[in-house]
Design a protein around this ligand. Structure first.
Ligand code: ATP
Ligand code: MG
Length: 772
């Protein structure tokens, strides 16, 4: 082998090498966390180009985040140079946008369609539901959105949904779905699920289009295959082809780990990986078992937890690296104590030279848990960065500004138009908006056209004052659009929007400190736009292989307003993860979901409490519990050298203290792997919640030392309650039990105490509460 090719293979183990060299039939690499699946995928691409002389333009690779895509492209470019540019390496969504821009006409859409995110989509659903006279209590937009999204993930269109509907809810959903799609089309917009569904639609409806992509892409590679849903699965099948158009199927290589499937709520189905061999009968499967990421202690813990799940292919991860440190456990009095422990421990590791800030990640189950960490990190001056959460692009002021830009780029974008119609306030009230909207419906014209008609006095019932306000607004938008047409760059357009609409002036005049930070955020957006203008992401020229026409650049022109909006729309959570090199030494905070595919030398996985993690929803549902357990497996296996697992005895939720028992996942880790730094509330003065039990903190501590730290409550008497029982609590007063979970030492009840709130309590110890 030439040295260059040998170098691609020599730091791989035999199984990995087999996967890289495999040719001719579909290939499935299934393996546990950290066993080098992503490495195999990247190497395989480089090997295809270097050894099998595949043209880069024939390669399509799909990753889970744009960041992963960029990284993969970079790694391949390191190996094969600039030729890497002709590959399509992207997320499912970005890849579909690229196809749809080219094929939009076949779907009756303009190629500059808007992409609606979850919030836009819910706004549109709210409008639709209102117009269909649905009771918003019974059919909240959020619920409708979940149902419609599920249908789209299953590739069920509105018509089929209506035919299949067997109850009232399903019929309503189908009705909303149909109208929602009509409005999306009218607004020349697609939501995120549409991007996948409509790409499949194009490929199915137009054999010549399918054949074009099929001819073009001879190698399709998919990372994190366990998280594909049915629509994405079908898309992959379509791209690979069945050999019925005269071309052999493309070579498919998918890598994944059924134990890391954590997106069931988005319709992902493990089925896709479990039944790969059935769907592709000539498939070859490669298993990888050696882990190169974590210490043996971490792997043993991960194996032990995941082995509690039923119906899985058993696999044992091992490493040649040795046991390493024990896993550290910590029990905080409350969430602040837990966060202090994390912060102090990070300080200690950094001071003693064990780690840098950037080696450390803190995980939690839900975004809102980041706040406590942020507070303490700020207090201690520990630099950090939160990935996800209330993301920059989800802030109100950012969305308002972007809505203006979208209206300028796509005049038919009704959701954006209605969003900014009266922001800042300009005297176009809800009534006026309703008049215009009714007129638009009656005349079957867009909302934008109806607004224009209003300026000519054609809209009935619109009072003269509102009409003047509407005219002012239409003039404002027309003026701004001239700005765009004159070829001003995005940052200048944005500046003009903020000035001419009065948005900036309004914030400047306010003395609400929140408005000051809104201004800062808007300035940040201007900076983003400026950077974009200075270094627009020039799409690589599409060097298609010989004999095949390149995909035309029908997408928005580089550096244009539309290109800017497209990039902003496709920013995913994980895209903002700082690179290890340029993170400037900050600790990274993120949810367990976001952590997938990543690795850190030091990991703190926090909030290990029943009701938090596993999530409350999962406590009584074995299917959900299995998914939470996979999440635990993902979390544990992110750690390379040190892993900390912690919980708090009391945690505030909805402004009320809640006492949560230890996460059941603690009990699933062999006790000898855990080194408990602190097991109970012995250190500080007893808090409110530890005294209500009527036991002194010493007696709590004593019982904990007798049994294992997580089962220390076992000897307490317990109060037995069921849903509907009335109780009287010394502190919270009268209440009604709304949920009862767990058994024995894990018994808890969620009790509605009226004005004192709904509180979840452990039912062990001498609870200062009586059943009535
Ligand atoms: P996950 O399931 O979490 O996505 P993965 O299976 O994709 O993990 P990788 O991220 O590819 O695993 O690899 C984990 C780590 O092990 C990386 O740091 C990678 O560089 C390293 N690694 C993989 N294979 C080898 C090998 N043969 N020799 C040395 N290091 C390796
Ligand atoms: Mg991976």
């Amino acid at each position: 082998l030439p040295a260059r090719v040998a170098a691609l293979l020599d730091d791989l183990n035999d199984h990995q090498r087999r996967a890289v060299e495999h040719a001719g039939t579909p290939l499935l690499v299934v393996a546990g966390a950290g066993s080098g699946k992503t490495r195999v995928l990247t190497r395989r691409i480089a090997y295809l180009l270097a050894e099998r002389h595949v043209h880069p333009g024939q390669v399509m690779a799909i990753t889970f985040t744009n960041k992963a895509a960029a990284e993969m492209k970079e790694r391949v470019a390191d190996l094969v140079g600039r030729r890497a540019n002709a590959m399509w390496v992207s997320t499912f969504h970005s890849m579909c946008v690229r196809v749809l821009r080219r094929e939009a006409k076949s779907l009756g859409m303009g190629s500059s369609f808007s992409i609606y995110d979850a919030d836009d989509s819910r706004r549109l659903l709210t409008l639709v539901a209102r117009d269909l006279d649905l009771d918003p209590k019974r059919y909240p937009a959020r619920t409708l959105s979940v149902h419609i999204s599920n249908l789209k993930n299953e590739l069920v269109d509105a018509e089929t949904a209506a035919q299949n509907a067997s109850n009232d809810l399903e019929r309503r959903v189908a009705e909303v779905y149909a109208e929602y799609q009509r409005r999306l089309a009218q607004a020349n917009a697609m939501d995120f699920d549409d991007l996948i569904m409509r790409t499949v639609e194009v490929l199915q409806a137009f054999p010549d289009v399918a054949e074009y992509y099929h001819r073009r892409f001879r190698h399709v590679l998919v990372d994190e295959y366990q998280d594909t849903n049915h629509a994405q699965y079908t898309l992959v099948r379509k791209l690979v082809g069945k050999g019925d158009d005269g071309l052999p199927p493309a070579e498919l290589c998918v890598v994944g780990d059924a134990d890391q499937s954590i997106y069931a709520f988005r319709g992902a189905t493990i089925r896709n990986i479990v039944e790969f061999e059935r769907d592709y009968p000539n498939a070859t499967t490669v298993l990888l078992e050696q882990n190169y990421r974590s210490t043996q202690n971490i792997l043993t813990a991960a194996n032990a937890v995941i082995s509690r799940n039923a119906n899985r292919r058993d696999k044992r991860l091992w490493t040649a690296e040795g046991d390493g440190e024990k896993i550290v456990g910590y029990v905080g009095d409350n969430e602040h104590d837990e966060a202090s422990f994390v912060a102090n421990e990070i300080d200690r590791l950094v001071d003693s030279g064990v780690a840098n800030n950037s080696d450390v990640a803190v995980f939690y189950r839900t975004n809102n848990q980041s706040r406590v960490f942020e507070e303490i990190f700020i207090r201690l001056g520990l630099p950090y960065r939160v990935v996800g959460g209330v993301r920059f692009y989800e802030r109100r002021e950012i969305r308002d500004a972007l809505a203006y830009l979208r209206v300028l780029a796509n005049p038919d974008d009704t959701v954006s138009l209605r969003r900014v119609l009266n922001v800042p306030k300009r005297g176009i009230g809800e009534r006026a908006e309703a008049c215009v909207s009714t007129y638009a419906d009656r005349e079957r014209i867009t909302f934008a056209a109806a607004l224009r008609a209003a300026t000519e006095g054609k809209v009935p019932l619109l009072n003269p004052r509102s009409q003047r306000a509407v005219s002012g607004f239409v003039e404002l938008i027309d003026g701004l659009r001239r700005f765009v047409d004159d070829g001003q760059d995005v940052a200048e357009v944005l500046d003009a929007v903020l000035d001419q609409t009065g948005y900036r002036a309004e914030l400047e005049a306010s003395d609400d400190p929140q408005d000051a930070s809104r201004l800062e955020n808007l300035n940040e957006l201007v900076t983003v736009a400026r950077e974009f203008t200075e270094a627009p992401e020039v799409m690589a020229p599409d060097n298609a292989p010989e004999g095949i026409a390149p995909v035309e650049q029908t997408g928005p022109a580089a550096g244009s307003l539309a290109a800017f909006l497209e990039r902003v729309s496709l920013v995913a959570d994980a895209d903002s993860i700082p690179d290890a090199e340029d993170s400037g030494g900050v600790v990274t905070l993120m949810t367990l979901h976001t952590a997938k595919g990543l690795e850190y030398p030091v990991v703190f996985s926090t909030g290990w409490e029943d009701g938090i993690f596993p999530h409350m929803r999962a406590l009584s549902d074995p299917v959900e519990l299995a998914e939470e357990r996979r999440l635990a497996y993902v979390g544990i296996t992110r750690a390379r050298e040190r892993l900390y697992l912690s919980r708090a005895i009391v945690r505030s939720a909805w402004g009320q203290p809640m006492t949560n028992p230890a996460s059941r996942f603690f009990d699933e880790i062999p006790p000898d792997l855990l080194d408990w730094r602190r097991v109970g509330p012995e250190r500080s003065a007893p808090t409110r919640a530890t005294t209500w039990g009527g036991r002194s903190s010493e007696s709590v501590q004593a019982s904990r030392q007798r049994a294992s730290p997580t089962s220390g409550w076992k000897d307490g008497p317990s109060l037995s309650l069921s849903v509907g029982d009335r109780v009287n609590h010394d502190k919270y007063g009268l209440g009604t039990v709304v949920a009862a979970d767990g058994q024995g030492p894990r018994s808890t009840a969620t009790i509605d105490f009226g004005s004192s709130g709904t509180i979840r309590l452990m039912l062990i110890g001498s609870v200062p509460m009586v059943k009535l």
